[in-house]
Design a protein around this ligand. Structure first.
Ligand SMILES: Nc1ncnc2c1ncn2[C@@H]1O[C@H](COP(=O)(O)OP(=O)(O)OP(=O)(O)O)[C@@H](O)[C@H]1O
Ligand SMILES: [Mg+2]
Length: 300
């Protein structure tokens, strides 16, 4: 199932694909592969939940299939639907020549089935797919209930065709921003990992890997500033702390502005990259920025 024989080798491979996982996340991913269980990732926005699925698809050399969830997502968009137009054409073509039973059998055959990500994942050729069920908290509860059969047994039931089992167990990643609590039954079928903000060292490595144009000194300043923003007492001033995505974007912006040293002025000019809420941008006052930029005892 997994070409990786150790947590270390998986962690290394992910890093080679530009994804920096800490030991706990690498362990969760390793176990998900080894035990063939879905992995549920919860965490704040922009901490690398979606990206892990992409990186896994790359290192496992498996096709990535993505199901983006939203309120009102229906089975036919997740699993399959019948191609009514083609079925209708078929029926017209054989009208009067065949019995109703015959026509029924013919229009409900695989060629008239439109496969959506869940079904595609079950029927993917060797070595199987990576299925990303992204932002599952946005879908409604009936949809979650519908997922149980897939998550527990890697199979689905199609009334006209019976039960379809996975040819090769898909590597399945679910993500949630925790806008609501997920059903216990879904959680029980998954391994669970809470993705936290990275420590400074890992954030620095990510910024350096994603924005190679940034000097080491600038990348340092970005990792340090954002790390501090998320720490107490500063974090209290904001509704939503910047994620890794924001650090990466900010580093790109600073490079584009030829910034050598992060000072209060450049922070204020680029605050809209770190924060996406008006209140948070306003909370980033000159005084607060001066505090954030003050050398820490450990840095002195
Ligand atoms: N561990 C990581 N290693 C390398 N890059 C990362 C990592 N985590 C996040 N990133 C960077 O941050 C960006 C955003 O990550 P991602 O889209 O996976 O966040 P998310 O947790 O899915 O956020 P959201 O909840 O908003 O969907 C990625 O495109 C990548 O550039
Ligand atoms: Mg995401």
């Amino acid at each position: 199932m997994t070409p990786f024989t150790s947590i270390d080798s998986l962690q290394q491979a992910l890093q080679g694909a530009g994804y920096f996982a800490d030991r706990r996340l690498a362990t969760a991913a390793y176990l998900a592969l080894k035990l063939q269980r879905p992995l549920l990732l919860e965490g704040e926005p922009g901490v690398g939940k979606t990206e892990l699925a992409k990186a896994l698809s790359q290192v496992l050399q498996r096709e990535l299939l993505r199901l983006q969830c939203y309120d009102g997502l229906e089975q036919r968009e997740a699993l399959y639907e019948w191609n009514y137009a083609a079925q209708l054409l078929h029926m017209r073509a054989v009208e009067g020549r065949e019995s109703v039973e015959e026509v029924e059998r013919e229009v409900y055959q695989a060629r008239y089935l439109i496969r959506r990500p869940l079904l595609q994942a079950l029927q993917a050729p060797e070595p199987g797919a990576v299925l990303l069920i992204d932002e599952v908290d946005r879908a409604d509860e009936p949809f979650e209930a519908f997922l149980l059969e897939y998550l527990g047994e890697y199979q689905v039931s199609i009334p006209e065709m019976g039960t379809i089992r996975a040819l090769h167990t898909p590597v399945t990643i679910l993500t949630s921003n925790r806008t609501r609590e997920l059903n216990d039954a879904v959680k029980r079928r998954c391994l669970y990992h809470w993705l936290d903000y990275p420590d400074r060292e890992r954030e620095l490595a990510i910024v350096q890997a994603r924005v190679p144009q940034a000097s080491a000194a600038l990348a340092q300043q970005v990792a340090q500033f954002v790390g501090r923003l998320r720490s107490q007492p500063f974090a209290n001033a904001f509704q939503r702390a910047p994620g890794i995505a924001e650090s990466v974007e900010w580093a790109k912006a600073l490079v584009a502005l030829d910034t050598l040293v992060v000072d209060p002025e450049v922070v204020s000019d680029t605050a809209g990259i770190l924060f996406k809420q008006r209140e948070d941008v306003a909370a980033l006052t000159q005084d607060l920025v001066a505090d954030l930029l003050r050398p820490e005892p450990a840095d002195a």
